[in-house]
Design a protein around this ligand. Structure first.
Ligand code: MG
Ligand code: MG
Length: 272
């Protein structure tokens, strides 16, 4: 069942999403060669708690940490550990914060030092596919329209679209209806209505779309060992149109990146 949110609830969800956005912005300055994902996890947990929220993933389905940390060939759900990041790695950081009874949940794949042009392109295309999907999240469209748009764009670059893991509705529960696959057929699936809130999250593999799971019961990695990227935003339908509740602007601010990619999806100015 899809749980539609009131404008007041959407503002509460924006608060949760912005705590995640700020956490990722804080981490952006900390991601570098030599740093461990366990250290970053601790920083994030303290930061989230200092902002009056609790880490959304900690204990969720018994997940042991606050961040999902998935380097290189790991797709999602990697567990933080004591292995230092090295120059040329990528690290997908998925973060959740729970405040006022609502979840924020979004993700960004960071470069560790200098990465190869091939990897840079994978990140760029995955992030672009996220916005291409978000554009389709509007009144009158359906779940399949978002998935179709993401899949078409991604596969045109020769990349693999992961099938087993999908985006989702978001609210008082981390995972609500509907499921939001990154593949699909136009005009198929549940219809979007005003007040829906979802997490759209393309998971894109440089090679095969096939994945495996580690024996830890969590970590998902590519079957061919090639890198994978993950970008996720929280989006509401406001005035019939997609409205971003999360933002990468804190990350860009920390990294000195100029970007207007989100501007068309913010009906309200984000005050950094
Ligand atoms: Mg997430
Ligand atoms: Mg999610």
């Amino acid at each position: 069942m899809i749980i539609v949110k009131t404008p007041e609830e959407i503002e509460l969800m924006r608060e949760s999403a912005l705590i995640v956005s700020k956490t990722l912005g804080m981490l952006a300055s900390e991601v570098k060669p030599g740093v461990t994902t366990l250290y970053l996890d601790k920083l994030a947990e303290d930061f989230i708690r200092d902002h009056g929220a609790v880490p959304g993933f900690l204990g969720l389905y018994d997940f042991p940490n606050s961040l999902c940390m998935s380097p290189n060939a790991q797709v999602v759900h990697g567990i933080p550990n004591a292995t230092p990041l090295v120059e040329g790695d990528i690290i997908s950081i998925d973060c959740g914060a729970f405040k006022n009874n609502y979840h924020g949940d979004h993700a960004y794949t960071f470069e560790v030092g200098e990465v190869t042009p091939e990897v840079k392109k994978l990140l760029e295309v995955t992030k672009q596919s996220l916005y291409i999907g978000i554009k389709e999240f509007k009144v009158g469209n359906r779940v399949g329209d978002v998935g179709y748009a993401i899949q078409k764009f991604t596969e045109a670059h020769g990349y693999g679209v992961v099938r087993e893991l999908v985006g989702h509705g978001l609210g008082q529960k981390m995972h609500e209806d509907p499921e939001m696959p990154n593949y699909g057929r136009r005009g198929r699936g549940k219809k979007f209505v005003e007040g829906m809130v979802v997490a759209i999250e393309p998971m894109t593999n440089m090679g095969t779309k096939r994945i495996n799971q580690l024996k830890d019961g969590w970590t998902i990695l590519t079957a061919d060992g090639k890198p994978s990227a993950h970008f996720e935003h929280d989006v509401a339908i406001v005035n019939g149109k997609p409205e971003l509740l999360s933002t990468f602007k804190y990350i860009y601010d920390a990294l000195g990146i100029e970007s207007d990619e989100e501007d068309e999806f913010h009906q309200k100015e984000i005050q950094l």
